[in-house]
Design a protein around this ligand. Structure first.
Ligand SMILES: [Zn+2]
Ligand SMILES: [Zn+2]
Length: 460
């Protein structure tokens, strides 16, 4: 008989066994270990809740992972039946095999087999065990969360659980369905009944609206969470939790109400740097500035949809006179008028060291108009104004004027307009023309004794 035939025969045997639930329940402890895993998968897929509960109770291995198994119907009913099978409080060897199960893993994980015992049979071992030292029942030493997920880690010659506990691994996704709420309440009750025996280990927490599941947040060990996803949550309500999430390496926030964001931001009294990108702020920057500490050091607002009005507010803010780094890249702040930016530049001129206005629709006339103010920025070290439609004469003029800035070391300038040529409605860069521009810039810098200042384009 080949292996496939044997597998099919075993599957048939498992299915026929399950046709008589009472008989299986009766014979469960006599079923060979090899058939146990197959019988479990078959019972799971068939939704045999009673049998699953009984199998968990006498599970002959140290861990049980759902892995890639997916229930077709009554998903929560099946999970609850399995959790009900856990001996809480711990049974005193009620089964003839003794109670071996220490990790019940109810997460979907396609890389995970039903039990790890086949990997190492000499000692209790589970790749998925909790990383928290106080909860881990079958852990690997020095295994980081990434290593754990990839299923790699150092083996340990002898593992003895420090105390009689059990891990229940569940990914929790709060949504507002009644059944989810019931399941979470069920989990809370089980954990509370177990008086510390059951460690509810949640690594992936999804909060879709903050429907006051405060009870479970109190039960969860935040140190176990490595993925957090929040949609439409009130940031201010859960921000206090972040400090406990020491293993968090993936954070996804969406639809966080602007007001919540502001309230949270307003609590960060020591904030020195704020870097936002693709955060739409059009005509709202004043609300943000109002909650930020007045002596901020760094403000980067790339792709924030800033308007002239926003630039005006920024120029009038208390932050403006303190900023050392200002990045307004990728906002059309010069599309209507340049004066508000000029006022802003005057305000930051006493402190700014790093200024970026890439891709802001700045033209020759605007650049020419702001050169005198730019010259007042005596601390300026880095000036980046790439991707603006500037021509060679204005570029040369700028280069001459900026020689008066003693600390300037790095300038990133736009490729002048004449270096682009139109071909079939596409603009392509003429590398020869650009090389000529670069040579001219270099020669001018040398002539002006400015070799220590690096002028470059993004195409270099
Ligand atoms: Zn395992
Ligand atoms: Zn844990």
């Amino acid at each position: 008989m080949d292996q496939n035939t044997t597998a099919t025969l075993l599957e048939l045997a498992a299915k026929s066994l399950l046709s008589s639930e009472p008989a299986v329940m009766h014979a469960l402890e006599e079923i060979p270990r090899d058939l146990f895993v197959l019988l479990f998968s078959t019972a799971f897929l068939g939704g045999h809740k009673k049998i699953l509960k009984a199998m968990v109770r006498v599970w002959p291995f140290h861990c049980l992972h759902l892995g890639s198994l997916k229930a077709q119907v009554s998903y929560y009913d099946i999970l609850e039946a399995m959790i009900d099978g856990l001996p809480i409080p711990p049974a005193q060897n009620s089964s003839s095999r003794g109670h071996k199960l220490r990790i019940l893993d109810l997460r979907h994980n396609s890389n995970c087999k039903t039990t790890c015992s086949h990997v190492r049979i000499t000692f209790p071992f589970c790749l998925q065990s909790c990383i928290s030292p106080q909860h881990a029942v079958l852990n690997l030493e020095n295994t980081q969360p990434h290593a754990r997920c990839l299923g790699i880690g150092n083996s340990r010659s002898e593992v003895e659980p420090a105390q009689e506990t059990m891990e229940l691994l569940v990914d929790i996704s709060f949504n507002n369905t009644l059944r989810t709420q019931q399941f979470i309440t069920f989990l809370c009750n089980k954990v509370e009944q177990s008086s510390g025996f059951l460690h509810l280990c949640c690594r992936d927490l999804q909060i879709n609206r903050m429907f006051a599941n405060k009870r479970i947040l109190q039960i969860l060990d935040l140190g176990c969470i490595d993925h957090l996803e929040m949609d439409q949550a009130y940031l201010s309500e859960i921000i206090t939790l972040f400090s406990g999430m020491i293993h968090l390496y993936s954070l996804s926030l969406s639809n966080i109400p602007f007001r919540s964001f502001l309230i949270w931001l307003g609590q960060l009294e020591n904030l020195q740097e704020l870097r936002l990108s693709f955060f739409y702020l059009k005509d709202q920057l004043h609300k943000l500035l109002r909650v930020l500490p007045p002596c901020m050091d760094t403000l980067c607002l790339s792709f924030c949809g800033l308007s002239i009005r926003d630039v005006t507010f920024l120029s009038q803010s208390s932050q403006a006179t303190h900023l050392r780094v200002l990045n307004l890249n990728n906002n059309q702040i010069f599309s209507e008028a340049y004066e508000p930016f000029q006022v802003l530049l005057e305000k930051v001129s006493g402190t700014v060291q790093h200024l970026e206005i890439n891709n802001c629709m700045m033209t020759d006339s605007i650049l020419s108009a702001i050169i005198p103010t730019l010259n007042q920025c005596i601390h300026l070290r880095v000036f980046n104004f790439a991707f603006n439609p500037i021509t060679m004469p204005v570029l040369k003029s700028l280069l001459q004027h900026l020689t008066s800035l003693p600390r300037l070391r790095h300038v990133i300038y736009p490729v002048p307009a004449h270096c682009y040529q139109e071909q079939n409605f596409h603009y392509s860069l003429n590398r020869q023309k650009l090389a000529k521009v670069q040579a001219q810039v270099k020669a001018m810098l040398h002539m002006l004794h400015q070799d220590h200042v690096k002028w470059a384009t993004y195409s270099e």
